[in-house]
Design a binder for this molecule. Sequence first.
Ligand code: SF4
Length: 365
Amino acid sequence: MSITATNEFFPTQYWHVLDDGRVQCDVCPRFCKLHESQQGLCFVRGCHDGRIVLTSYGRSSGFCIDPIEKKPLNHFLPGTPVLSFGTAGCNLACKFCQNWDMSKSREMDTLADEASPLKLARVAHELGCRSMAYTYNDPVIFMEYAIDVATACREYGIKSVAVTAGYICDEPRRDFFKYMDAANVDLKAFTEDFYWKICGGHLQPVLDTLVYLKRETNVWFEITTLLIPGENDSDAELEALTQWVMENLGPDVPIHFTAFHPDWKMLNHSPTPPSTLSRARRIAMKNGIRYAYTGNVHDEKGDSTYCHQCGQKLIGRDWYTLGVWNLTADGHCNTCGTPCAGIFEAQPGLWGARRRPVRLRQYAD
Ligand code: SF4
């Protein structure tokens, strides 16, 4: 795949020239080594004039206002609207990708909407969004664009949310998350075998990202694990995963076990039964994780937040619709006073379960 003359060439920072003249991209652990005009595996970074450039800066595959619960984030400004967008490409090659039309796109015409960072932030503000989400495909591959949008958003008091697989090298990781307020990180499985054979990547860099977020940042983050029958849903793997989370991240990082539906190159697997999600949630809570959720299914019990001290239901949820709200104005259980981990306001937002597509070109530049 080669860069075409019509693409833009936005300069990037993390690369170096190899002895053989190729240029290595150092953003993610794939370390693509590229000849002039070649693109990396992610399709949006490539070698142009002897340096690595980003070819998707300022363009998006579409915008939509979502509930923040859809990211999923259950402990970050619940009930509020988030303006979501992605670009094209991805740095992993998951056979089960649930967003493959965007993440696997090699066609730059997927990027229909042009959007400068300032315009994006202004439109999000006009539409009453509390956050901007970099999602649909992994923002680490378009980090220069995401960082500029996040910087513009801060001027308007709009938070930034990364939805990411966390597959990124140390230095760009520090740079990228400096601009993020919250993240949902996919922990796709807990074996190197799964990461290598099914995603074409490695597990350890993802664990490094999670530990980095916990120990060295104030970014609020939650974890999502998509459970695929027969691939990553055994009791032993779920025990190991949740014990690792407890030991390395502590009890307060929420984890979402979500249902797989057959997609992309994994059409031969059946959808995840709800009982598997409930089993994973039970294992997580048995191991001490305070906030474990089921996702992509109707399960009011598994979707709601409970006080880990007295068991009171703190936030009722069914899919993306909020129910009861039993938190004090400063985020404590209103029965026993125990704090609930997360970023809360005195009242939940009122966005509900709506999804509203947004055409950027309808707004003034
Ligand atoms: S960000 Fe893209 S070009 Fe860079 S190493 Fe990763 S896959 Fe390759």
